[in-house]
Design a protein around this ligand. Structure first.
Ligand code: IMP
Length: 181
């Protein structure tokens, strides 16, 4: 019988635990609050992977901020980047002249972020920066400038704390490695 890719993998070791995430999220929010003092901060969160990170990060941000959401996909049910990005839900806000901060769960090849940056720049924001919980620089195909990085990780596939495999495992509280059996 041909094995399903999903059957070959299992929830593995904790890579980043909830205390580490909490501590780093506070540090990032402190830096963001300092950098965006007296600016027009609009946080754009990419659904669905970054929902948990946003929820924790935004409660530590101490400057005025607005929030909007986009839903895009580049993966389908596979654990490799397809390079094809689809917008499922666009922004409701007009971001012209705003200081946009993209809140992302993970930057891997950089293709999704590259597409997003090019798309959002056409809407004339005053500035645009990226905050990602996780960064996998070893897998990068498109060069992306990321201002705020939670953790740099090795090129393993991870799940938990919002990150999924085929829509499962998002509610796990730590970031865990999704290991081969
Ligand atoms: P990129 O276009 O290759 O940078 O991929 C970005 C998107 O791929 C992220 O927003 C995630 O949705 C997904 N992704 C990349 N690596 C992982 C991973 O290790 N676990 C879960 N999702 C991932």
């Amino acid at each position: 019988m041909k094995k399903n890719k999903k059957m070959d993998k299992k929830v593995g070791r904790v890579l980043i635990n909830k205390e580490q995430i909490k501590k780093r999220t506070k540090e990032l929010a402190k830096q963001i609050s300092k950098d965006y003092k007296d600016k027009n901060l609009v946080c754009i969160t990419i659904l669905r992977g970054a929902f948990m990170f946003l929820a924790d990060l935004c409660r530590e941000i101490t400057v005025p901020a607005k929030f909007d959401f986009m839903a895009i996909s580049s993966y389908g049910d596979k654990s490799e980047s397809s390079g094809v990005v689809r917008i499922y839900k666009d922004l409701d806000m007009n971001i012209a002249e705003k200081d946009v901060l993209i809140i992302e769960d993970i930057v891997d090849t950089g293709r999704t972020m590259d597409y997003l940056l090019r798309n959002l720049k056409t809407r004339n924001p005053k500035s645009i920066e990226i905050c990602t919980l996780l960064n996998k620089p070893a897998n990068r195909i498109v060069n992306i400038k990321i201002k705020y990085v939670g953790f740099e990780i090795s090129p393993e596939f991870v799940i938990g704390y919002g990150l999924d495999f085929a829509e499962d495992y998002r509610h796990i509280e730590d970031v865990r490695v999704f290991e081969e059996d």
